[in-house]
Design a protein around this ligand. Structure first.
Ligand code: LLP
Length: 423
């Protein structure tokens, strides 16, 4: 099903024309389809249930960092999603969206004392521990509170998951997790600490993974460790398999099918009665959002045809930060056979790297035209800023063919009001 499609020559989100949205909300603006979000979640759930059986204990803990708007989280909560959070800020968001502790895992490499306090009060189902000193801090706080904190260690398996260097997390040179070889000792030590209850193993090797091979290698290591820990008398009831499922940002990227991922899960873990936890972010949200932008003006310089739009790297950082590809299309359907030009779509920010798409094939662009930046639902609005003193980009969600403003445009005047000139 296509949630962003042309009807009568105009791009629609579900059944709403983007022209109507622009009239109401101006640009730049993120637009999400609730239907697409929930269907993505259901596709993963169904694939897992088809392979594992409906009754196999599992939790899809949506990784909130991909898109943390409370309305987006709430869409997923309504269809029973849990949440994976990495800060007390994200924890506050998921609580506001209605998700409760028994469906929340707390990940993150640098949890502070305050955050551990807060998460203990929220009774999260699992702390994914990334170092011994974090474990000791949690033990102290939990003992003080007369609680037992349920923990899993995040294991760093030293596996290169491919993808962009900046989003690969499973290698030995990254800050994430504890080295695989130290895991057995870490679990033995955790057993001796007050206020700690060992419940699981956690792994997350990277993001935008399109090949199953690194998952296979990582899952094998989880399985080996699981068997060893059970032998040593640990009560491992949760296996948190992380996120990382890749999506197709362009036609050359062909990620594995979700049914193939589910096959692998079944092959490796189907016979265990552990609860399987998944932390998908991008898979749920990437294709569920576009960033709508308006052409400010065209500009020819040397041999370049630039289209300067009103969205910029502060609104969508992925192209500048990771050289990520986001297709840019006109919201008016391109007629077949019409002449096309390769444009560089750029933002107005004073940085050479403020390029949204180096080679967008568009026909006959005019000032004031509307363009859609596709696959912008994951790591888009969450990574936006007010750099160059621009307003913070708003977010809209289409639900049941209604336009809902889920984050209003935060004006630069609002930000300035927090600043102060000392007397
Ligand atoms: N779990 C943990 C512990 C994570 O660190 C992440 C992502 C996820 C789950 C969700 O991964 P996903 O299913 O979305 O691949 N800003 C980058 C992506 C950074 C991912 C960080 N961790 C981007 O725009 O590509």
């Amino acid at each position: 099903m296509n949630y962003f499609s042309f009807k009568d020559g105009v791009l629609h989100v579900d059944n709403i024309s983007v022209l109507e949205i622009e009239k109401k909300c101006a640009t730049p603006v993120y637009i999400y389809s609730e239907l697409c979000l929930s269907n993505n979640y259901k596709a993963l759930e169904e694939a897992l249930e088809n392979k594992l059986g409906k009754s196999h204990p599992k939790l899809i803990a949506y990784s909130v960092k991909a898109n943390s708007n409370v309305a987006v989280i709430n869409v997923l909560k309504k269809i029973n999603s849990g949440a994976d959070v990495v800060s007390s800020g994200e924890l506050k968001r998921v609580i506001k969206a209605g998700i409760t502790g028994e469906n929340i895992v707390f990940s993150g490499v640098g949890k502070t004392k305050d955050e551990l306090f807060f998460a203990l009060d929220a009774d999260v189902m699992q702390f994914n521990i990334e170092s011994i000193s974090e474990l000791e801090m949690l033990s102290e706080i939990a003992s003080f509170k007369n609680k037992k904190a349920p923990i899993a260690f995040r294991i760093n398996p030293d596996i290169d998951a491919g993808g962009h260097e900046k989003i690969s997390t499973g290698g030995s040179s990254t800050k994430f997790g504890i080295p695989y070889k130290q895991a057995i000792n870490a679990y033995e030590y955790a057993k001796t600490l007050p206020g700690i209850k060992v419940v699981g193993i956690d792994i997350h090797i990277g993001s935008q993974i399109t090949d199953l091979e690194p998952f296979k290698l990582a899952f094998n290591k989880v399985l080996l460790l699981y068997k060893e820990l059970i032998k040593n008398g640990h009560n491992i009831i949760n296996l948190d398999l992380g996120g990382g499922i890749g999506v197709s940002y362009d036609e050359n990227t062909k990620p594995f099918l979700i049914s193939e991922y589910a096959d692998l899960i079944k092959e490796k873990f189907g016979s265990l009665d552990c609860k399987l936890i998944f932390e998908p972010g991008r898979y749920i949200t990437a294709n569920a959002g576009i960033l709508l932008t308006k052409v400010i003006r065209k500009k020819e310089s040397y041999n370049n045809s630039f289209v300067i739009v009103d969205a910029a790297m502060n609104d969508i950082l992925r192209p500048a930060l990771y050289d990520a590809h986001h297709e840019v299309i006109s919201v008016l359907e391109m007629k077949k056979g019409k002449e096309v030009t390769d444009y560089q779509v750029v933002g107005p920010i004073c940085e050479t790297g403020d390029i949204i798409n180096r080679k967008a094939r568009l026909s006959n662009i005019k000032d004031g035209d509307l363009l859609a930046i596709k696959f912008a639902g994951a790591y888009g609005a969450v990574m936006s800023s007010y750099y160059n003193s621009r307003d913070l980009v708003p977010e809209i969600m289409i639900s049941n063919n209604k336009i809902n403003v889920i984050r209003k445009r935060i004006l630069i005047e609002d930000f300035i009001s927090y600043e102060n000139i000392p007397e």
